[in-house]
Design a protein around this ligand. Sequence first.
Ligand code: GDP
Ligand code: MN
Length: 330
Amino acid sequence: DPRTSFLDKEWINPNKDLTLFYNTTRANAAVVALVRNSELYGLLESIRQFEDRWNKKYNYPYVFLNDVDFTEEFKFRTSALTKSKTYYGKIPEHMWSYPSWINQTKAAECRAEMSSKNVIYGGSESYRHMCRFNSGFFFQHQLLLPFDYYWRLEPSVQFMCDIDYDPFLFMQKNKLIYGFTISLMEYESTIPTLWDAVKQFIEEYPHHIKENNIMKFISNDNGETYNLNFEIGDLNFWRSDPYRDFFNHLDKLGGFFYERWGDAPVHSIAVALFAQKSEVHFFNDIAYYHIPFQHCPTESEYHEIGRCHCDPGQNFDMEWYSCTPKWFAT
Ligand code: GDP
Ligand code: MN
């Protein structure tokens, strides 16, 4: 049949999607998205590009987490966009609530105060639970326990270049614990006492601090560096004693609620304290957009190989508040 033979020929064309079928070695990893039901459509955009640019060739499973139950529509629409397995989990109460030692009246006053000063997310209670969950608990959620690596996905982000290798296997092979694409300064007003808390921790737990750590990269009079949303990481790093002690130390001090400590600076500081530079990777080849910033590689060969759709002139690495040049100088 001429129609079938034509199809067969198309099918075996080595320039087509053969990677779909011959890629069998995978890391023990999952894509993780903490997301609200109301963000479904923004998330679908993210998944669509994430699949097209990368995961359709690798089929890593997704773990979706939420502080309330996901709707049937959410499950149906997200599953429809991928061949991968999709898991949906509700966050247990203790991972998304006030610990007993937090004075909730004081927390509410702090929110009102920060809100009046227009601190970003300063008045939001849910944002604080989100930051605390991402700092201290996501890696302990039941659905993530089977996995060793994660790639964090958010609603309404973009991946602007093809990724034709497996970053998880890359991490595993090179014994990396953390990867990022965008790093920037944190607003001082969200973390006024975080730095003191870190210094206190270093004094109390000197044995946890890694030799040849990367503190130089983040310590700065103007505040701390943090990595924006994009993370590929080793879950066992967050499950380790040093990090658990670090999180518990911060949690006891109450800054997640009395200030607005973000998960990004907390993660970044932990990586700087407990890792060496050779264990952390800047993914220059992964083009990532999260409003209002993007990392777009400037090398033209990446654009050709990766069929990129971003403007290399709009690259956050070059902005004065980017910490990436400092990363290379560290
Ligand atoms: P930003 O990136 O810091 O501006 O904050 P986002 O609003 O994007 O929140 C970070 C991530 O946490 C996103 O993936 C959100 O979908 C998720 N998130 C934020 N707040 C909540 C919440 O109250 N419930 C749930 N389920 N997810 C949340
Ligand atoms: Mn976001």
